[in-house]
Write a protein that binds this ligand. Structure first.
Ligand SMILES: Cc1cc2nc3c(=O)[nH]c(=O)nc-3n(C[C@H](O)[C@H](O)[C@H](O)COP(=O)(O)OP(=O)(O)OC[C@H]3O[C@@H](n4cnc5c(N)ncnc54)[C@H](O)[C@@H]3O)c2cc1C
Length: 400
């Protein structure tokens, strides 16, 4: 049993809640601060990989989460310029039982939130954190209120954390995301995340994303890539303009487009890329997107936040000295984070950019090469989050 620490956790998103569960179960006194008035995330679907699922298994939550998700066996993207598949990742190329899991962000949130409350963590809603002092262990909120001192401060405030460095610039492209009912009669593969691209300027995707409760109807997440500077024009124009473009890119999505009748059905996500340093500042540590934000091109962010949460728990297990534990945390997580930040940065322009060269090379050369051995198992390992052996470093095993 470790010494019981007082922990101030800024942010009750995926990373913050998971860390709260794991640290509270170790006997630490965890207080979460979040700006939301009512507990709940904004956003749409996301994909968990074997990395995130292994952490959830260790937390005893995997079965609950799997019951709310849809197993995804394949990522399949077709270029409308050439009609060829330019993304074809089959998880089974690495291991027959390997799969991703598509689910609604709110469903994952509910499972983690319930577990955090059950573990004894406290949550202070409606509290916007604006500053932290890693020397004194104090968090400051927007009203000037001071919270603490805590033995350990965790910045899990996500991509726009005021406690970590702002990215030099936002990425040019973001995406519109909508959750829709899974159509009974439709051409979509219930076991695949499917995409269509025109160069890297246009991209639409359909991802099976589970259900909000067991027995509830299945959902999908539809996403449409959009330049951030065109978002206002999208909102100002009648939806029919966008629908024409969406239908032209992918005619089969007509069955989905008819369900979109209001701009507000979309959540607009802008993407940022930044790796904050230093990760440890006195007794303050940054985890999740507050440490490493990236576009969701490789779909790793939530999984990385879960790995960070587990790494923190592991680092503090049996270690009473906060500084030593935080150095141990860095040793457990820094390599994997650096590796995936680099790969996501390299992949993003291939699928979302105005450039012509990357998508041209992708369509003509990369696509056929990626089908040749040993590319299929390598790609499956990349998407599953396994490069850099993050599970082994944490003493975790893929569940099956
Ligand atoms: C559109 C989209 C699709 C994605 N798809 C995937 C995917 O398929 N797979 C995947 O693994 N990842 C995906 N991601 C990335 C993933 O969502 C993030 O990496 C993950 O949520 C990071 O977790 P976090 O705990 O660091 O931050 P978050 O989950 O963002 O949590 C941050 C929390 O901090 C709170 N907060 C923020 N600022 C303050 C403040 N000042 N004071 C108090 N509270 C505050 C917020 O309310 C929130 O609850 C996607 C991201 C986006 C935007």
């Amino acid at each position: 049993m470790s010494q019981s620490l007082g922990i101030g956790m800024a942010g009750a998103g995926i990373g913050g809640l998971a860390a709260a569960v794991l640290l509270a179960r170790e006997g630490h006194r965890v207080t979460l601060f979040d700006q939301f008035e009512k507990a709940g995330p904004v956003g749409s679907g996301l994909m968990l990989q074997e990395t995130g699922l292994a952490v959830l298994a260790e937390m005893g939550l995997r079965a609950k989460v799997e019951a709310l998700g849809t197993p995804i066996l394949r990522l399949h993207g077709v270029s409308t310029d050439t009609g060829r598949a330019v993304l074809d990742v089959r998880y089974r190329a690495l291991r027959p039982s390997l799969a991703g899991l598509g689910l609604q962000r709110a469903a994952l949130f509910d499972v983690l939130h319930e577990a955090a409350m059950a573990a004894g963590a406290r949550i202070l809603k409606g509290t916007r954190i604006t500053a932290a002092n890693g020397q004194t262990g104090i968090l400051v909120d927007a009203g000037g209120g001071a919270h603490g001192p805590y033995d350990l401060l965790i910045d899990a405030l996500g991509v726009r954390s005021p406690l970590s460095s702002a990215p030099k610039k936002e990425l040019t492209y973001g995406a519109l995301w909508a959750t829709l009912p899974w159509p009974d009669a439709g051409p979509f593969d219930h076991t695949a995340l499917e995409q269509r691209y025109e160069a890297a300027r246009k991209m639409a995707g359909v991802m099976p994303s589970g259900r909000m409760a067991q027995g509830a109807p299945d959902s999908l997440t539809y996403f449409w890539s959009i330049r951030a500077d065109q978002y206002d024009a999208f909102r100002a124009a009648p939806l029919i303009h966008w629908k024409d473009a969406a239908r032209t890119l992918w005619p089969e999505t007509d069955i989905l487009l008819s369900q979109i009748t209001d701009h507000d059905q979309f959540t607009f996500a802008r993407y940022r890329h930044r790796t904050h340093g230093p990760v440890v500042e006195g007794r303050l540590v940054h985890i999740g997107d507050a440490w490493h934000a990236a576009s969701p091109q490789l779909g790793q962010g939530a999984n990385m936040a879960l790995l960070d949460a587990y790494g923190l728990m592991k680092a503090f297990h049996g270690e009473a000295d906060v500084a030593r534990a935080l150095q141990r945390f860095l040793r457990l997580r820094a390599f994997h984070v650096r590796l995936y930040q680099l790969m996501t940065w390299a992949f993003t322009p291939v699928y979302q950019s105005d450039g012509a060269v990357n998508p041209w090379l992708r369509d003509r050369f990369a696509a056929p090469l990626l089908r040749l051995w040993p590319a299929p198992p390598i790609l499956a390992g990349l998407v599953a989050g396994g490069f850099g052996s993050p599970l082994k470093r944490l003493g975790l095993k893929a569940a099956r």
